[in-house]
Ligand binder design. Sequence first.
Ligand SMILES: Nc1ncnc2c1ncn2[C@@H]1O[C@H](COP(=O)(O)OP(=O)(O)OP(=O)(O)O)[C@@H](O)[C@H]1O
Ligand SMILES: [Mg+2]
Length: 315
Amino acid sequence: MKYFNTEGSCKPKEHYMVNLDDRLGYIKKMLVDRKKYFVINRGRQYGKTTMLRALAEYLKDDYIVLSMDFQMMSTANFADEQTFAMSFIGYVEELVSSEKESMEIIHAEALQALNSLKNQEEKTIKNMFQYISNICRKSPKPIVLLIDEVDSASNNQVFIDFLAQLRGYYLDRENRSTFHSVILAGVYDIKNLKLKIRPGVEHQYNSPWNIAAKFTIDMSFSSVQIAAMLEEYEKDHQTGMDVAKIAEEIYRYTSGYPYLVSALCKYLDEEIPDREGFGHSGDAWTKRGLDEAVSLLLKENTPLFDSMVKQLDQY
Ligand SMILES: Nc1ncnc2c1ncn2[C@@H]1O[C@H](COP(=O)(O)OP(=O)(O)OP(=O)(O)O)[C@@H](O)[C@H]1O
Ligand SMILES: [Mg+2]
């Protein structure tokens, strides 16, 4: 049986969730198919990882998708250019080492790249990109690169150099193969990176990421989308709730902030029915139950709200 999830990204088979298909279709058509490079830049718990994973799945028939998470790389991996170049190629090799037929060709290529770079005296990001370019050229399908949690890298000079190479190849894509589309996700806006890294001299440099397309998709949930999720829940549980009304109320409290939507639903499903004054789940999924859930949420999530407020300060 499915449940409402508030820990980490949501999976369609395990969790009640807002359906993302419309957004995924739009992102594919308007951005990925058009070879765009862009950043998904939203606050904590805004559904970025959930969206990236769903997107990877959605794109996999037409593309080879490399899904990375920079949180999986340790600080040491960013220590210097050599280490980063080796780690990055190593990561790529690991990602394409699956059994799938479409991966075989590029796996061989990635392994070769890894070995060549290992043996090269200059393990620079520039050299690494030449190998990446080979992988992209030989790939049977265009390669889309997704990187989640880019913030873990963003204070590093090597990451700036990496972005600069991405940009260089992007601009020269007619002549040299490279990633078809690149999607980075994080909390902070990468365009402002150089300000952090080289204070005072920013005007001398082009932002390494000034090629990025705008990502304007609203990632919050509308009351109609929330209602569709509740509809599915209602089919399984028959609480007798007024779905449209409860969805609207949830929206009113949360403005559709993904974590808050799921968190309120989780309380209504798992905790409110057991509280005094509520006999069963039919009592919980009401305006009264929702008020109770909101006060629980406010009581129990102070650290998250603190961080949300801090993020708002930064925008
Ligand atoms: N499609 C969805 N439907 C319902 N709830 C969702 C959905 N996407 C995200 N959420 C809610 O938001 C929470 C956070 O999702 P996710 O981990 O994808 O966000 P994130 O932006 O990657 O967070 P972080 O910035 O902490 O990495 C989930 O645990 C879930 O409660
Ligand atoms: Mg995430």
